[in-house]
Design a protein around this ligand. Sequence first.
Ligand code: GDP
Ligand code: MG
Length: 163
Amino acid sequence: MSNIVAIVGRPNVGKSTLYNRLTETRKAIVDDMSGVTRDRHYGLAEWTNHPFTVVDTGGYVAGSDDVFEAAIREQVVIAIEEATCILFIVDVTTGITDLDDEIASILRKSKKPVFVVVNKVDNNALLADSSVFYSFGLGEIYTISSMTGSGTGELLDEVVKTF
Ligand code: GDP
Ligand code: MG
């Protein structure tokens, strides 16, 4: 059984951009049939000779905010159950939102390794804004730009150590 790296976070933080970067041309997507995994995409990735499965989570259920947030919460709970480790993506340009805080509180109860990944750190000026994310109490933060790929190598070096 392959190691599974789950990407979670609220909408628009860059989960799918990171997923696409990690899976690149290896798009062997395994489509799951169950309703609960409808919003999940599985792809194959590899780093320093460690193959793994990446899961991109959506949770985009139309309807009230309650349903919307419940869907995201459900994705996080599934990730905690199925993943070897979890990438909790946040957005340096928005800082911490209520939904980020809610996801963080679920992840703090997880026994699986959680990486706080601060995305959209496209330049050094944004690095200074990243330190607020230590307040989640989830340990080290990893600053990346999914767009340029910067920082992803340092992150993946740590991720593969959890396998
Ligand atoms: P998701 O909803 O979490 O899957 O987020 P997406 O991957 O769809 O990205 C949301 C938006 O953020 C898109 O417009 C992306 O182009 C943009 N985005 C993603 N990663 C980065 C990044 O590293 N830097 C910047 N500036 N924008 C990014
Ligand atoms: Mg997405």
